[in-house]
Write a protein of this length. Structure first.
Ligand code: GLU
Ligand code: ZN
Length: 545
């Protein structure tokens, strides 16, 4: 029988040929090093840190090689798909500033980028496989397949549609025709020519050389509803999108022999595979894959709400992606992770453990090095969404806030008091009268006598404070103030003769600090006093007189 007739019988409406597709989606004109990578999620809801990390890797590699990064939506399993699934994924990827070259909204020359819109492509390849006798229709019913499985169990045979169990392999043209005329349901199966007893060896970019038994199962390429399962769809898509590296979950590794058989049957050159170990999380005493359902701290929303900078999360991903990144970054703190050369071979062979504390640390560090203007802009963006009251204040006092954020920034050891945008308010609130006036609790540690507090404050403001003093002058005046009121201006001297003094200079400074900030801990008091200015200091002092 000429299989071309069978192909026409099965796919009468498919007029394109595989050559047509090759012309429609030609090899990309990129240089040798350029990699074409993709992220291919199912539209099942918002991203979590696991997906975000899985998409970070192909994006980084594509960008670093001046290649292409594609977002392809794998929606062939429509039971799991949700209505605005694509939008949610795109929003999250865009929020993280991923550079996507081709996606369902933007389009591109290799689209459509949604699998359910690519049916014609799948059927064209399917038709081709029938015509070369590498695929055939199977009309077995559920019952037939169940009976087959029972028989295999009884005989202790491997389960599956293969060898002599593959009943529909040799149906004649007329038999097929009759089934079709009867309206019998059918699936298209691969006609495998693999030998289970032979091994297949392939190279995985992360795991190295892998040996697995060859596939000999006639698996389903197209289901009875005309939609292909993942395996066949990804081969058609990755070939005609000219993908060069397939990054995907580690759980697909055992299917590689089957996938390679499809690639070969189609006559396509397989891409390189990089199977990624999932991001794990510690759950009591067990370590398991991150789950959207069980791990609220893995949800992307968790990071939005806290205002953890996107860049910090990406630095964290870079840290877990390549073991040599952290050391490099320590030496190159002013650079972006994009300047680092990532490689698959430096990826850990055991699943990275998601570590929130580490994310927070990286974030703290990152924020401490950012320009105050940038901190301001990002804090405002965050506040506009999550803290309207603070946003108003930030908008009202832009330059002043930048000055405040500049306290102990741009120095060798910058301050690291906040780890995310939501923590900024609690670190600088006292610099704003609107917030300060709501606060009545003061923390005077060493000096509890009200009268003494009043004396220190009055004396300071009347005889020592000057907004225009430089830091040395300010400090000398603090010493003079201490001497005058009977506190040691030299701490060493105080330690030697504590009974001669009421206390020392830091007690005096602390009274001033608490009066203007309520707390006995603050960044550089000199700068705080300078930025507050005489009138506001006076107002804050006056309640103690
Ligand atoms: N749609 C598949 C998944 O979400 C993607 C597999 C792949 O990247 O090839 O697991
Ligand atoms: Zn069958």
């Amino acid at each position: 029988m000429d299989k071309k007739d069978l192909a026409n019988l099965l796919y009468p409406n498919i007029t394109k040929t595989i050559e047509d597709l090759e012309k429609m989606y030609p090899e990309r004109k990129l240089n040798d090093k350029a990699m074409v990578c993709r992220f291919a999620p199912s539209p099942t809801g918002r991203m979590h840190m696991g997906n975000l990390y899985a998409s970070f890797i192909p994006e980084v590699i594509a960008k670093q090689t001046n290649g292409v990064f594609i977002l392809r939506i794998e929606d062939t399993d429509n039971k799991r798909a949700i209505e605005n699934g694509i939008e949610l994924i795109l929003n999250d990827l865009e929020h993280y500033n991923y550079i996507i070259n081709e996606d369902p909204i933007k389009g591109g020359a290799y689209g459509p980028y949604i699998q359910t819109e690519r049916k014609e492509i799948y059927h064209t390849v399917a038709k081709y496989l029938v015509s070369i006798d590498r695929a055939y229709p199977c009309f077995c019913s559920e019952d037939d397949l169940n009976n087959m499985r029972e028989e295999q169990e009884k005989r202790k045979d491997r389960i599956g549609y293969y060898g002599h169990y593959a009943k529909c392999r040799n149906l004649s043209y007329d038999e097929v025709k009759k089934h079709l005329e009867n309206g019998d349901k059918w699936v298209l199966r691969l006609k495998s020519n693999g030998d289970f007893n032979k091994k297949i060896i392939f190279k995985d970019l992360v795991k190295g050389t892998i040996e697995l038994p060859s596939n000999d199962i006639d698996q389903v390429l197209i289901k009875s509803d005309g939609i292909p399962p993942y395996a066949f769809a990804h081969v058609c898509d990755d070939h005609f999108m000219r993908v060069t590296i397939v990054t995907r979950d580690d759980s697909y590794i055992s299917s590689v022999p089957y996938h390679l058989e499809i690639w070969n049957a189609c006559g396509f050159k397989p891409p390189k595979y990089a199977h990624l170990l999932p991001l794990n999380i510690k759950d009591n005493n067990t370590i398991r894959k991150i789950s959207k359902r069980k791990d609220p701290t893995a949800a992307v929303a968790f990071y939005h709400e806290r205002g953890i900078p996107v860049e910090a999360i990406k630095l964290y991903f870079a840290t877990i992606m390549n073991s040599n990144f952290e050391g490099w970054y320590l030496q190159n703190q002013d650079k972006s992770y994009r300047d680092f050369e990532f490689s698959f071979s430096k990826m850990s062979k055991s699943g990275p453990l998601f570590d929130l504390e580490k994310v927070i640390n990286i974030s703290k560090n990152y924020l401490s090095k950012l320009k105050a203007e940038e901190v301001y802009d990002n804090a405002l963006t965050w506040s506009l969404e999550y803290d309207k009251e603070f946003a108003k204040i930030l908008q009202k006092y832009k330059d002043y806030t930048i000055d405040v954020l500049n306290i102990e920034r741009n120095v060798k050891k910058p301050r690291k008091d906040f780890s995310c945008y939501s923590e900024i308010k609690s670190c600088i609130w006292y610099m704003y009268d609107e917030l300060f006036d709501q606060q009545l609790q003061y923390n005077f540690d060493n000096i509890k006598y009200k009268k003494e507090i009043a004396t220190i404050l009055k004396e300071y403001l009347e005889n020592y404070y000057n907004e225009n003093d430089d830091k040395d002058t300010w400090f000398n005046k603090m010493k003079q103030l201490a001497d005058k009121l009977g506190y040691a201006s030299d701490i060493r001297e105080y330690k030697e003769n504590p009974t001669l003094y009421k206390g020392n200079i830091s007690d005096v400074a602390n009274v001033i600090r608490v009066a203007v900030t309520t707390s006995n801990k603050s960044p550089d008091l000199y700068m705080i006093l300078k930025l507050l200015g005489r009138d506001r200091i006076e107002k804050r002092f006056s309640i103690f007189y």
